[in-house]
Design a protein around this ligand. Sequence first.
Ligand SMILES: C[S@@+](CC[C@H](N)C(=O)[O-])C[C@H]1O[C@@H](n2cnc3c(N)ncnc32)[C@H](O)[C@@H]1O
Length: 200
Amino acid sequence: MNKEGDLNLRPTNRGNLAFLQGFLRYPEQVASFIPSSRFLERRIVDCACIRQAGLVVELGPGTGGTSQAMLNAMGPQARLLSIEITPEFVEVLSRHPDPRMTAHLGSAEHVCDILKQYRLGPPDVVVSGIPFSTMPTATGEQIIRSVWDCLPPGGIFVAYQVRDRVVQLGRKLLGEPELIERELLNVPPMRFYRWRKPEA
Ligand SMILES: C[S@@+](CC[C@H](N)C(=O)[O-])C[C@H]1O[C@@H](n2cnc3c(N)ncnc32)[C@H](O)[C@@H]1O
């Protein structure tokens, strides 16, 4: 363990290589050739209020850099359910030794069923790194609907994206985001959007 309490499970060169191989194999699905930067990881933790969350769902964890950043900020009793569609990435994720994390091979469209499968209640936060701009419109809309259905009142949805496709797809159901930010210290620069499900 290093002095920040970080278990040093960040993507190693092997994790980065697996990520690049995943991109070369499924370019539209992975949509980036390197994992997110540390700056972007920090912004996810802050924007999504990860420190206060008891249950976090991550959509599209890749090889787990963003998952590790969230785990570092989460409490000892908190849980992270990471849903990833690329089998090679789930293989990497499933070797992660932190018992707070569950890596599930599947699509974000089925987030409600996947939560039930693990007997988990409604999450406090859903964080999405999946590329809405390269997937069919119907799939993107279905994912947004499922995320909104599984969140309790007051629950948070954060999506980081290169473009604003998730805002366009979600406008009718989610309304306008309560927060919009940009992280320039990432390749490529990312937009951040946050919605909160109304209490009533
Ligand atoms: C841009 S990468 C983000 C990886 C990581 N979160 C990061 O920021 O470094 C997008 C990830 O979303 C995954 N993905 C794409 N469509 C998905 C879906 N429908 N359900 C779950 N994961 C998906 C890809 O396999 C890939 O791992």
